[in-house]
Design a protein around this ligand. Structure first.
Ligand SMILES: NC(=O)c1ccc[n+]([C@@H]2O[C@H](COP(=O)([O-])OP(=O)(O)OC[C@H]3O[C@@H](n4cnc5c(N)ncnc54)[C@H](OP(=O)(O)O)[C@@H]3O)[C@@H](O)[C@H]2O)c1
Length: 253
């Protein structure tokens, strides 16, 4: 099991806001060097300055749309030893399936599934070569259920969940730890971007990240932040059939 203190560079996708931003800050506080990736250059440079103020960690930020420019990110990190990959960048979109254009769904599937898988494929090779590393994939409690009006997003997160746990089992005796983080509602820009209401009780992104890093260090494969989210996962998932869950969730979403 790799310890965070043994890891040199972490690459965080979607570091410009929300959960990704908190990952970058917490990892820098633990003395890892960080590569920040996102599209919003102002938010990335502001975060880099903030990190310089609180830690002696090195920081590099790369402005890139991961759906369009993933090779730019790979080229610009080729000289770094990326020991920890945080696949956090992700988007959702709320509404009946046909109420949105295909291009919007294609972008979500590319970002949530293809980019996450390609980055893992790329950086894992180097981690295996060095015999040490970690990958933290941000899924969602939505990925445990078939959710009407959130069908594409929930399905991409089901992929992230299954992909992460399968890789965890493949790599657990190779000193590479894979953790799947499945947050519930968390106070970030996610809901505004997904065109969803935000009048619920939410967790703070920093709490999600602190719990995730603790779970990573404990060597566990899955972290569901918040007692209510854990209970939802255990009770609904284990007791009800999937078609019943889909029908009931249609009333809530
Ligand atoms: N908030 C929740 O309730 C919740 C619950 C469960 C799971 N999650 C998951 O948590 C992860 C982080 O989301 P968040 O809640 O922190 O929302 P957020 O504040 O909207 O952050 C999303 C991040 O993804 C980045 N991003 C989006 N498209 C990108 C692209 N094409 N290329 C590069 N970066 C891109 C954004 O950066 P730029 O805009 O700078 O590109 C931003 O930094 C997502 O995977 C989300 O599905 C969130």
């Amino acid at each position: 099991m790799p310890k965070l203190s043994e890891l040199k560079w972490a690459l965080v996708t979607g570091a410009s806001s929300g959960i990704g931003r908190e990952f970058a800050l917490e990892l820098a506080r633990r003395n890892l060097n960080v590569v920040l990736v996102g599209r919003d250059i102002f938010a990335l440079s502001k975060l880099a300055e903030e990190i310089h103020g609180l830690s002696s960690s090195k920081v590099i930020f790369i402005q890139a749309d991961l759906v369009k420019d993933i090779s730019y990110v790979l080229e610009n990190t080729s000289s770094l030893r990326i020991d920890l990959l945080i696949n956090n960048a992700g988007l959702g979109l709320y509404g009946e399936f046909l109420s949105h254009q295909w291009d919007e769904y294609a972008n979500i599937i590319d970002l949530n599934v293809k980019v996450l898988t390609q980055l893992t494929h790329h950086y894992l090779k180097e981690m295996l070569h060095r015999g040490r590393g970690g990958i933290i994939n941000v899924a969602s409690v939505a990925g445990f259920f078939p959710i009407p009006k959130f069908a594409v997003y929930a399905s991409t997160k089901a992929y992230v969940y299954n992909f992460s746990l399968a890789l965890w089992a493949e790599l657990r005796d190779k000193n590479i730890h894979v953790l799947c983080v499945a947050p519930g509602k968390t106070r970030t820009k996610f809901f505004e971007r997904a065109k969803m209401r935000t009048d619920y009780k939410m967790m703070e992104p920093r709490d999600v990240v602190i719990g995730a890093l603790k779970t990573f260090e404990a060597g566990k494969p899955l972290y569901i932040p918040g007692a209510g989210n854990k209970l939802t996962y255990v009770v609904i998932r284990r007791i009800f059939r999937d078609d019943t869950i889909a029908k009931v969730l249609k009333k809530f979403f």
